[in-house]
Design a protein around this ligand. Sequence first.
Ligand code: AMP
Length: 289
Amino acid sequence: MRVFQKISDLRDHLAGYRGRNIGFVPTMGFLHVGHMELISRAKAENDIVVVSIFVNPLQFGPSEDLAKYPRDLERDRKMLADADVDILFAPTVEDMYPRPMRTVVDVPDIGRQLEGAVRPGHFVGVATVVTKLFNIVQPQSAYFGEKDFQQVVLIKRMVEDLAQPVRVVAVPTVREADGLACSSRNVYLNPAERLAARIVPAALDEAERCYREGLDDPAALETALAAFIVNEPLAFAEVVAVRDPETLEPVHSLRAGPVLVALFVRIGSTRLLDNRVIGLSNDAVTRAA
Ligand code: AMP
């Protein structure tokens, strides 16, 4: 595996791969099996796989966990080499942003709601860094996790609106044995919080149960799920939303088509994100993303 830190070095190297398919997996590192799933998918579908590790300051708010975000580049490097990844791009903040950014990419209707309402500016940071990484790597395909469902919707729309020549592939969420979605931030949880975190996938099961029992009113489902999460004293639900999985707009009925149940739950000081599309078969879930 080749490792690059400088944009110009990576570009020079990639020039040798003209005509071959590049699959790209952008990450913030501290890799887990969820990231590795994106990488296997990229390997299966491309000639060359490029993984980036960059904890992007633009997408963190001033009171967020940028400084303490977990990092272990050496461990990540070994995992990627073992997975036969071709290229790791691991720039520093100075490499990516040698000067303050004066240009941003904003997808306001999608990026200011749900997680974006709780984290102002987050999705401008995401759209901007992903665009810059696409420009550097110039992949044919890029792989994103459905765990960050809103991110997938936003990036698909950005690519379409700006005619970015990249196929965006959404990969289903990889979970721990008890259902908690794998996340680099799970290391923040102490043992009691880790147990409490099971309320998040349990709430998604509850949503499915309410749907199967015939509930039709999205507001009633949101209320029921908020009440379900309150049962866990360590949990605080910041976002409980039922939305259209393609536009993220509110829906009027749970029966009119598939709906996205999006959860943003704080356990102690750790924010956990999860979601499920209900009213669809699993194959169709992936297509909807
Ligand atoms: P991150 O390093 O957290 O920014 O994530 C990098 C990519 O991995 C994003 O596209 C995430 O959606 C994806 N990802 C993170 N966790 C999971 C998971 N549990 N299953 C599938 N994909 C994931």
